[in-house]
Write a protein of this length. Structure first.
Length: 131
């Protein structure tokens, strides 16, 4: 597993977030990651046998939805290796996420949001276009 986090995030009431993420990844072998931001309440709520709640989707289905996030998360290393290098694409997060989705990998979100961006707004618009 790889814990991914950039330096402009803070964690609030993190508690057992890494143990929870490991429980979720152990329970669902189709997940590439468990994200610690913005719980997707438009997705299906699921619960592991140990009682860890999370939000997940079977498929993203819409081209405007990001099937993967580089926000704080715990990645499954085997999934990253299976997808391969990020590559030279312009819209890195979006395109890598599309490759993950096409390969059948899914993203889960912890039931509670624990990671918060330090800035009041992002330096980027969607798909890494600078503001």
């Amino acid at each position: 597993y790889i814990f991914h986090c950039e330096d402009d995030w803070e964690f609030r009431d993190a508690g057992t977030c890494l143990q929870d993420a490991l429980d979720i990844l152990s329970f669902d072998s189709t997940l590439i990651q468990v994200a610690f931001t913005y719980p997707r309440t438009d997705a299906s709520r699921k619960v592991t046998p140990k009682g860890t709640g999370y939000w997940g989707r079977e498929s993203w289905g819409r081209p405007d939805l990001m099937p993967l996030t580089f926000n704080p998360c715990l990645f499954r290393l085997a999934a990253l290796r299976a997808i391969g290098d990020i590559g030279p694409e312009k819209y890195v997060e979006y395109n890598y996420g599309r490759r993950a989705d096409a390969a059948g990998w899914r993203t889960a979100y912890l039931e509670r949001r624990i990671a918060f961006h330090l800035g009041d707004r992002s330096a980027f618009l969607i798909n890494h276009a600078y503001r």
